[in-house]
Design a protein around this ligand. Sequence first.
Ligand SMILES: [Zn+2]
Ligand SMILES: [Zn+2]
Length: 763
Amino acid sequence: MSSRQGLVRVRGQVQGVGFRPFVYRLANALSLQGWVRNDAEGVEISVRGESSAVSDFLSRLESDRPVLSRVDGVEFEEAFFDESLHDFTVETSRGGRINTAIAPDVSVCADCLAELFDASNRRYRHPFINCTHCGPRYTIVGKLPYDRKHTSMAKFAQCSACEAEYRDPLNRRFHAQPNACKACGPQLALVDAKGVPENDPVGSALRHILSGKILAIKGIGGFHLVCDARNNAAVARLRASKCRIEKPLAVMVSGSASLAPFAVSNRQEIGLLESQESPIVLLKKTEKCDAELPGAAPGAAFVGAMLPHTPLQYLLFHEAAGRPEGLSWLEEEQPLVLVMTSANPKGEPLVVDNAEAFERLDGIADFFLLHDRDILQRCDDSVMRWNGEAPQFVRRSRGFAPRALKLPISGPSVLAFGSGYKNTVCATRGDEAFLSQHIGDLDNAASCLALEEAAAHLLDVLQIEPEIVAHDLHPDFFSSRHAVEFAESKGIAAVAVQHHHAHVAAVMAEHGVNEPVLGLVLDGIGLGGDGGIWGGELLQVGAEGGFSRLGHLAPLALPGGDSAAREPWRMAASALHALGRDDEIVRRYGKLRGNMLIEMFERNLNVPLTSSAGRWFDAAAGILGVIEKTGFEGQAAMLLERLAHKHGPVGPLDSGFILEGGILNFLPLFEILADMKDAPYGAALFHATLAEGLRQWLRAGGPATVVLSGGCFMNAILSRSLKAKLESEGHAVLEARFAPPNDGGISLGQAYVAMQEGIAACA
Ligand SMILES: [Zn+2]
Ligand SMILES: [Zn+2]
């Protein structure tokens, strides 16, 4: 029998995820000697044993790894025989420059859930139960390495029972940094708006919810505002106080079995709901949805639903179910449905601190369910959608941030400041990109400050010293101004990246593409390289950061500028005017409104042109009479998509578009839509003709690989039919999966372009 000994280096997401106990158990099972420890590079292992056992060990490091870990590489280097190794031990961490990843926050695992509802367990109904496989991570870490003293658990000294678990390599809570119990951990409190506490926090909280009160409940990455989704008055009061009149509010149920009365879900959607990341998933509403949950998602095509992801949320449902023993009640339909919406009054950042909650939610929340474990990083709920073929992000945040993306190239460290809306930031280190949590629209001072904080924190925890800064071409976005100031203060270069170029580059980055592609971007609006307002663009994007504009959608006038984006009737009028049908504008919208717009067109007053695809969608929704004014962004396109879905597939109108000199014009289709009485058929025809026009547009030539990006690709009918058409013509089609196709992915694309340019400049 031959023996073998050596040093093993494991890279990836291997700290704070139970990797050392896993190595310990594996080594013992294979009768190996040695040790394992965390260091700045990841995990280091010294191992000695029988040759075949060592080989087995090396392959199982990756194949049997803990659920939350990610292994990027295992390297083995033979070493001299060391007689001093007699057993296998877990050593303490070694410091140094940090080069490892922080895990995202994870929903309660099945083992912890079983303990939570086991009356004989010492953590029965403990609102902060967790283990190495679950619980908060990113939101409680101040800096790396991920040790308890660097988290907001530092102030809680473990009791002897918890300490013993924490020290035992065979225990599920070995080095689980947030480990605690009722005796030694964070404490829950329910207080009224004046700060007066009540007994039995969970029981009282539920009672208040069921009596129509609004509660602020502290979650993983911030507070939620919560009320009974079946109570119309409570939901209406919540909407009014949050200044959110129409936008759908997310709801939470105990388990997927409780969705049926108001939402339709398939296997994949349930998979997303029940995943450890526990996002909000957009589901089709049932016919009864608006009656079951009045006010949750009126005027919307979808309802956003999620399952509990903290023990505290589970306890509310457990209380409502009458405190049943075991887990089987979670498989049954439970009547409690909670509105669970981010506590971000007026679109400002999410509330995270207890004191801040009282101040900023004053007059909104009647009661506060809080605790003394601080949230160090604000992190909104993620929002996803199943598009018929794959999961897609609407918003990538809790559960995913700051999971790293491996890039196809390694280059200078970049800090990219993202777009002005749906802002995220992105930092790179070597060949890894770290996309921040969702920060939001930078239209208020608080969100701008949140951007600065999130960027600083990302650099801090990853110990990144940026060498290049990237930002949007639009000089007026706060993110662009701040990026330039940041670059000046550090004496480093700032690179402006065109908005739609960044959309394409984000998809190239995640698919590891480092060669030219055809980029089709269907988006809202972004500043173009020629100073125009772009948004329906066919680009050829190179590997060294450059791009050329091959074509664009025919421009439509935006009567009234920004307000046209919220009023599809204005875009319908714009299309009618372009068709020479001013009489129809007056007939539809009356003399006052109609003539006002016609005069604006005639005198060229505040009617900027845009090639935005989003505005073509608005025009279609307007001209079909689907909606005149929208209550939230993307509403018109979503309603149009739902109508098309209801109708079912139709063939395209072959004479519905003109393709000339790289410009794709759908006005001929709009001539037909304007006279159509059947809106569902019209919506289906619009989608089919759009996809056919785009297919022919892309025939013009260029690289065989096509990237589809931009906010309009949230539309599943368009993205599925176009992808199928393009693939049948021999194109490889790449879509946004790691990040949303909307502006939430812009910072990733900016970072990739700046890195490509940085490398090209040095070459
Ligand atoms: Zn657990
Ligand atoms: Zn304890």
